[in-house]
Design a protein around this ligand. Sequence first.
Ligand code: HEM
Length: 72
Amino acid sequence: MPGVADARGRYATPLDGFGRRSYIAGRLPNLPDLLSAWIVHPQALVPSTTMPSLGVSAAQARDMAAYLDSLQ
Ligand code: HEM
């Protein structure tokens, strides 16, 4: 499986305007609790995703989700 060290150019999707998106990763409703859960452990929600768990706490993930929701 490719990792960060193999990345050449853009690897993940841009997150600009995320507060206006209806879905996370194209399939989960973009709700605050789901977005936080995604940031903590994406593969628990979408096993096939290549986004890694980031090793952040639930509180840190909530702050990141709040920031992403603020992007219009
Ligand atoms: C602070 C760090 C990060 C945050 C807050 C974050 C957040 C997100 C969010 C919200 C999505 C959904 C995007 C969408 O619906 O268009 C996403 C998708 C994705 N992220 Fe991350 N991400 C982070 C770091 C990373 C890292 C380090 C990687 C890889 C090395 C990564 C790889 C991906 C991939 C591949 C997707 C697409 C998932 C899919 O559709 O299966 N992310 N990320």
